[in-house]
Design a protein around this ligand. Sequence first.
Ligand SMILES: Cc1cc2nc3c(=O)[nH]c(=O)nc-3n(C[C@H](O)[C@H](O)[C@H](O)COP(=O)(O)O)c2cc1C
Length: 169
Amino acid sequence: MKVMEAILNRRSIRRFTDKPIAKEDITSLLRAAMMGPTARNCQEWEFVVVRDKATFKKITSVHPYAQMLAQADCAIVVCGNTQREHAPGYWMADCGAATQNILLAATALGIGSVWLGVYPNQDRMDGLSAILGLPPHVKPLNIIALGYPNEKKEEVDRFDPAKIHLEKW
Ligand SMILES: Cc1cc2nc3c(=O)[nH]c(=O)nc-3n(C[C@H](O)[C@H](O)[C@H](O)COP(=O)(O)O)c2cc1C
């Protein structure tokens, strides 16, 4: 799939089939993540790959909008290692770029995905950190739920010329 096609076809998928995702495909998603840009090339990302249904259940108890994990085959928790970032706050941008790479790579592989926001909600961050045993300097940005799609999204075109400001506001 061409990059533009993946960008235009990516949608949040919240219903999944039982088909498991091959380990090599998970590795491809993580390879895509780690090709993202980072400030000063710090690459301060860390990824927790979760496939244990019992852990999914625990996560839904600390994240109110993550119920689709019950059907997901895999989740990648994208975290920032604040001991390695270029300057305070860069981890969010860097890990956001890595996240988008995962979402686009998943689309290209026919895998459905949805970004479940964690940062900056302190309760979700604390709850998730406790469940996954994250050290204090490692901050969870989001959870990406993954699985083969069991829903079809209508095509949308969000292009809006009113959002574009030429030369000045
Ligand atoms: C920062 C962020 C947090 C999000 N959190 C959730 C979430 O907790 N649960 C969920 O189902 N979707 C979540 N989403 C997905 C958005 O709802 C979705 O991207 C948006 O509605 C646009 O739809 P699309 O992804 O299909 O284009 C989140 C997306 C972002 C970028």
